[in-house]
Write a protein that binds this ligand. Structure first.
Ligand code: DC
Length: 227
């Protein structure tokens, strides 16, 4: 008999602001799966490091924190646009992890081998339960190489900066396109040149270029791959 069920573990990797979480969220919704955005965990640890006045460059101290702290991701408790709650130390840090301070240090902290080891192990445990869409940088290559479907969602730096720019403007805040583009390029550089689990497509990943496609088109393409 032909197997017709959807893939149980779906990995979506790709650079910053390529649309992984938008795609992941809708895809998970369509399939009735859980959506797990793993970048949230790196952001939560970064937030805690800054909150506790730990030097982000102190790798040993940051690693110890990542090994001992428990990050909780739960269904949304408020209707303020959030997709889930992010809690650490019983504090709701859902929006705090999106701050420019966290953005400035998250790439540095997520390059630490010990931090990655601690967080990847938790991610793997959650992923192995199945019926899940996981977004990140190394899900298909390191965290869950056995994923049933691996999508590498790519887009040019200019396009990604443009999307970030519009997101910020839509929230009614001020934004500078050139500055955002520089930050996107800098994060790409750090994420793809780090020694441990650098950003790159898995050999068996399907590369989807979203430059000239909107979310619906990308979704249609990925749903097709699920069949
Ligand atoms: O996807 P994001 O922008 O929320 O990710 C924040 C940072 O975390 C990003 O700089 C790379 C890092 N990250 C990672 O190294 N591995 C993952 N699986 C997810 C995110």
């Amino acid at each position: 008999m032909m197997k017709t069920s959807s893939p149980s573990i779906i990995a979506i990797d790709g650079p910053a602001a390529s649309g992984k979480s938008t795609l992941g969220r809708i895809l998970a919704d369509r399939l009735g799966y859980l959506f797990f955005d793993t970048g949230v965990m790196y952001r939560a640890i970064t937030w805690l490091v800054l909150d506790r006045n730990i030097d982000p460059l102190d790798e040993a101290a940051v690693t110890q924190l990542a090994e001992s702290e428990h990050i909780d991701i739960r269904p949304p408790s408020q209707k303020d646009g959030r997709v889930f709650d992010v809690l650490i130390d019983n504090r709701d840090i859902t929006w705090d992890i999106r701050s420019p301070e966290v953005e400035a240090y998250v790439s540095v902290i997520s390059a630490y081998a010990g931090v990655r080891r601690a967080l990847s192990a938790q991610q793997r445990r959650i992923g192995l339960r199945g019926n899940i869409v996981m977004a990140g940088r190394d899900i298909g290559t390191v965290v869950l190489p056995e994923a049933d479907l691996k999508v590498y969602l790519d887009a040019s730096a200019e396009e990604r900066a443009k999307r970030r720019y519009h997101e910020i403007i839509q929230r009614g805040e001020k934004a500078d396109y050139e500055e955002i583009l520089q930050k996107v390029l800098e994060r790409d550089r750090i994420d793809s040149t780090r020694a441990v689990a650098p950003l790159r497509p898995a050999e068996d990943a399907i590369i989807v270029d979203s430059d000239r496609m909107d979310v619906e088109e990308v979704l249609a393409q990925v749903l097709e791959l699920c069949r």
